[in-house]
Design a protein around this ligand. Structure first.
Ligand code: KIV
Ligand code: ZN
Length: 518
């Protein structure tokens, strides 16, 4: 019998800490629900002290999710721990996850504490947490760069004070798999009470080694893996859930461990997280990239026709990717449309479906064939549930090499229809200037990216926009056969998110809580 590995998903916490990737309550709930459906063991729902929005999301998720343990993160501070407990206490299975840094560089410069002071903080905070909750995870932040002898002491103390899971993070993505596995081995051999806790791994991808490090940790005793959908997370991201799960599944003869994850939900979860956060998945991303199961070279296609095992080490179906050749067009009916959406992993209620069907018909009027990718973009726009204060209405631009670049843009701004004519250095600049003037905003444009959703000159363009000011950032996508319209939609969507974040003043709290890799 292979041993079970517990999957701890932190998309809603570490994932949300990616610059621009914040989510609202409804979006977090949608993600939590799909994580529960796919049988994630532990969902880290947020960092309750960080903001009222985080607190509310963790509480709501705790009240609604019944089959996964819900964890709330807290620093090694008593008010953080109380706040985390207040948020997770509604859960059928609550967990407090508390952490403090143990590396010399973090202790000296960030915490301004010496080793003994950090040990004292561990004693007080883990004891306090355990008095509130039976399920306590303790993390030694930046363990990858910590002194091993000190790490043993800190871990032993955390377990003595009641920690039930010990998480060893490679916070800055610095270790090699061989180094990381020797830390686990050393901890197992040198911490006398280590058998009283579950060992966990939490890795970042700064050197592209997060998944390899997680697997190395499992081989040396980790029985919980912390990961995120699409590898979302601080800086270069966290270990990706789909890669960890499928590695264990595909390589089960060499690494005899299993998870309870229903891997057929992977594609659906990946698309949901991408459309909610506005973070596209790179085409060649393992497991969930658009090309992960595409075979281009003639020799590969020939092999695939003879036996799919020639070039596929897992089936697309095993990750929930169902490819069908049915292409929709303007004569397709509602039934075919809704069946196709289900096949792609989307299940909308009647009202949402009708609205989407109308948008599909508009698209099909402009574009002969509507492909899966077009529908994913349509459905992705629909999954966004921001209370849109600003809505796109229409756009006319003067473009080309002979014209002055001008945009005449109409939008609904707080229920009033407003129109503005602006000029700029190109049609996109003119359009963005019109949005800024109409909304009286001027955020920095940090990212502007255009890509074609499918092949062909009538393809829809998908635009990604990231806006930011000194404390906040938000990212969003927009799609349309006209790339200037897609650009306007993406900008407006990012703006709505930013306005939402500002209104919740997440930024004040988040900037107070700058915690190294967290
Ligand atoms: O990267 C890290 O160290 C973390 C901890 C809070 C587990 O995210
Ligand atoms: Zn982290």
């Amino acid at each position: 019998m292979s041993e079970r590995i517990y999957i701890f998903d932190t998309t809603l916490r570490d994932g949300e800490q990616s610059p621009g990737a914040s989510m609202n309550l409804d979006e977090k709930m949608q993600i939590a629900q799909i994580l529960e459906e796919m049988k994630v063991d532990i969902i880290e729902a947020g960092f309750p002290i960080a903001s009222n929005g985080d607190f509310e999301a963790v509480s709501e998720i705790s009240k609604n999710i019944k089959n996964s343990t819900i964890a709330g993160l807290s620093r090694a501070k008593l008010p953080d721990i109380d706040r985390a407990w207040d948020a997770v206490k509604h859960a059928a299975s609550p967990r407090i996850h508390t952490f403090i840094a143990t590396s010399p560089i973090h202790m000296k410069y960030k915490l301004k504490k010496n080793e003994d002071e950090v040990l004292e903080a561990i004693k007080q905070t883990v004891t306090h947490a355990r008095n509130l909750c039976d399920n306590i995870e303790w993390s030694c932040e930046d363990a990858g760069r910590s002194n091993l002898t000190y790490l043993y002491k800190a871990i032993e103390l955390a377990i003595e004070c009641g920690a039930t899971t010990i998480n060893i993070p490679d916070t800055v993505g610095f270790t090699l798999p061989s180094e990381f596995s020797s830390i686990f081995k050393a901890v197992k051999n040198n911490v006398p009470n280590i058998d009283k806790a579950v060992l966990s791994t939490h890795t970042h991808n700064d050197l592209g080694l997060a998944v390899a490090n997680s697997i190395a940790a499992i081989e040396e005793g980790a029985r919980q893996v912390e990961c995120t959908i699409n590898g979302l997370g601080e800086r270069a991201g966290n270990a990706s859930l789909e890669e960890v799960v499928m590695t264990l599944k595909v390589k089960k003869d060499l690494i005899p461990y299993h998870t309870n994850i229903k891997s057929e939900y992977i594609t659906k979860a990946s698309r949901l997280v991408s459309s909610i956060t506005g973070f596209s998945v790179q085409p060649n991303k393992a497991i969930v990239g658009a090309n992960a199961f595409a075979h281009e070279a003639g020799i590969h296609q020939d092999g695939m026709l003879k036996h799919s095992g020639t070039y596929e080490i897992m089936t697309p179906e095993s990750v929930g990717l169902i490819k069908s050749s049915l292409v929709l067009g303007k004569h397709s009916g509602k039934h075919a449309f809704s069946e196709k959406l289900k096949e792609l992993g989307y299940d909308f209620g009647d009202n949402a479906l009708m609205e989407l069907f109308g948008r599909f018909k508009d698209l099909a009027d402009k574009k002969k064939d509507v492909y899966d990718e077009d529908l994913i973009a349509l459905a992705g726009d629909k999954s966004s549930s921001y209370n849109e204060q600003i809505k796109f209405v229409s756009l006319k631009v003067n473009a080309g090499s002979l014209e002055k670049h001008e945009a005449i843009l109409s939008m609904i701004v707080e229920e009033d229809k407003k129109t503005m004519k602006s000029s700029g250095n190109g049609p996109v600049d003119a359009t963005f200037n019109a949005i800024k003037e109409l909304t009286n905003t001027n955020f920095r444009l940090k990212l502007y990216q255009v890509q074609a959703i499918t092949a062909g000159t009538d393809a829809q363009g998908e635009v990604t926009v990231r806006l930011e000011n000194d404390q906040l950032s938000s990212q969003a996508k927009g799609s349309d056969p006209d790339i200037i319209v897609a650009s306007a939609k993406a900008y407006i969507s990012a703006l709505n998110r930013l306005i939402f974040k500002q209104s919740k003043s997440i930024m004040n709290k988040k900037s107070e809580i700058q915690i190294g890799g967290v």
